[in-house]
Ligand binder design. Sequence first.
Ligand code: COA
Length: 194
Amino acid sequence: MSELVYTFRLATAADAEALQAIYAPYIETSITFECTCPSVEEFRKRIEERVCMYPFIVCEENGKPVGYAYASRLFAREAYAWAVELSVYFAQDFRGRGLGRVIYKKLLDLLTLQGVRSAHGKVTEPNEKSDKLHLAMGFRLVGVMDNVGFKLGQWRDVAHYEKILGDFSCPPAPVVPITELDPEKVKAILEAVE
Ligand SMILES: CC(C)(COP(=O)(O)OP(=O)(O)OC[C@H]1O[C@@H](n2cnc3c(N)ncnc32)[C@H](O)[C@@H]1OP(=O)(O)O)[C@@H](O)C(=O)NCCC(=O)NCCS
């Protein structure tokens, strides 16, 4: 990967159109279980809902978004507050360049700083790139949910990956919203060259 071409920053609602365009082609695959492409307005709403609590990172090539990754709560109920689910999408021409690992590392570092204890990934099989990404980043395969979805004329299996980010030896402090982290620490993670 050539240095300093790719940069990483937190997303804003103004990224909705560019990120929706990156996501749209995957609607035609089993990678996402969403079957209808969300409008730009819906995408904007989703970004706005997420950025106040969790990292939502955009990867740019020379200032143009080419991929993104974000965290959201794994489950809504209160006691699940320390577990998140990750999502990551790169534009089709930008896959396989090592960017998945770079953006995941930044996401996981920010989540650790927030006090999140575990990160989870759900991968519709087959998806060799995503399986390899999760294993390369230290996730373990928890199990496979057989035939849990039906898309594009087929029943689909989903693999569940988990990575532990903190220790479980004592009760946790509340997760610190991304907006309340030390901005210098956030900047250092986003700008770190892996
Ligand atoms: C999944 C995705 C985020 C991975 O990011 P990436 O930048 O392509 O992956 P990386 O280049 O960082 O490589 C990660 C691992 O996948 C492997 N990989 C990359 N391209 C591959 C390919 N075409 N076939 C098989 N393995 C591949 C790499 O070798 C690496 O494994 P390693 O560390 O064991 O060598 C990216 O491919 C993507 O956006 N795919 C479409 C959307 C998607 O599937 N999102 C995940 C939904 S669960």
